[in-house]
Design a protein around this ligand. Structure first.
Ligand code: CO
Length: 200
C-alpha cells in the first residue's frame, strides 16, 4: 500500500535538489553533526525552526513541545539539553516562543482542554503569580501575547537552573541562553532581552 505518496514525492525532489546544489551534502552530514545552536520552541506547525532562521540540516539541534516549556522533571527536554550542551557543545540555547500561542492561550482560559491542561498547568500558575502586574485595559489577545513573552523569560530561567547548564557554566564552558519570540503575522523574530551567560 502506498501511503502519502505526495510527501514521498516531495522528499525525493528535496533530496535531489540538495545534492544538485552540493553533491557532498548528505555524505558530510551522515558522518557527523556539529550544530552551534539548540532551539527549544513550540510544536506549532507555523513556527518551523530551521526555516525561520535560515539554517540547513545539521546546523540546529531542535526540541519542540506545546508552549516551549522546560520542566525540571521532563526527561525528554533535559536529555536533549544535556546532549546538546555536553556532547555537541552548542554555544547557544534559544528558547523561542510565539505570539498567539495556543498552549499559552489555553493556560489563560477557564475551559478544560483535556490532557494538555496538566502540561500547561505551570503556565497557568505563573500567570496567577504575575497577572496583577499586567497593564490595565489589555484585550484578551494582548493579554495572551504578554504572557507568551513572560513564558519565554520563565523558560529561559528554567534552562539556566538545570544541572546541565549550571555544570557547564561551573566548568567554564561558553554557553549563552537566549529568549526570543516569533510573530506569526510578519514572520519576524524579536529578542526579548533576557539572555543569560555564565557570568550573569
Ligand atoms: Co504555541
Amino acid at each position: 500500500m502506498k501511503t502519502l505518496p505526495g510527501l514521498f514525492e516531495n522528499n525525493r525532489r528535496w533530496a535531489r535538489e540538495m545534492t544538485r546544489d552540493d553533491p557532498d551534502f548528505f555524505r558530510r552530514l551522515a558522518a557527523q553533526q556539529s550544530p552551534r545552536y539548540l532551539w527549544i520552541g513550540c510544536s506549532d506547525s507555523r513556527v518551523p525552526a530551521n526555516e525561520i532562521v535560515g539554517l540547513a540540516p545539521g546546523e540546529l539541534f531542535v526540541h519542540r513541545n506545546v508552549a516551549n516549556r522546560v520542566g525540571h522533571t521532563d526527561f525528554n527536554c533535559l536529555s536533549v539539553l544535556q546532549y546538546a550542551v555536553d556532547v555537541l557543545r552548542v554555544e547557544h540555547v534559544i528558547v523561542c516562543g510565539h505570539y498567539g500561542c495556543g498552549g499559552v492561550a489555553a493556560a489563560l482560559s477557564e475551559q478544560r482542554h483535556g490532557l494538555v491542561d496538566n502540561w500547561i498547568e505551570p503556565i497557568r500558575a505563573h500567570y496567577a503569580r504575575c497577572r496583577e502586574a499586567f497593564p490595565e485595559g489589555l484585550t484578551p489577545a494582548e493579554r495572551i501575547d504578554r504572557m507568551c513573552e513572560l513564558n519565554v523569560a520563565e523558560q529561559v530561567r528554567n534552562v539556566c537552573r538545570t544541572t546541565v547548564v549550571r555544570d557547564a557554566w561551573a566548568r567554564g564552558q561558553r554557553l549563552v541562553v537566549h529568549g526570543w519570540i516569533y510573530s506569526l503575522r510578519d514572520g519576524l523574530l524579536h529578542d526579548l532581552g533576557v539572555s543569560r551567560s555564565g557570568a550573569g
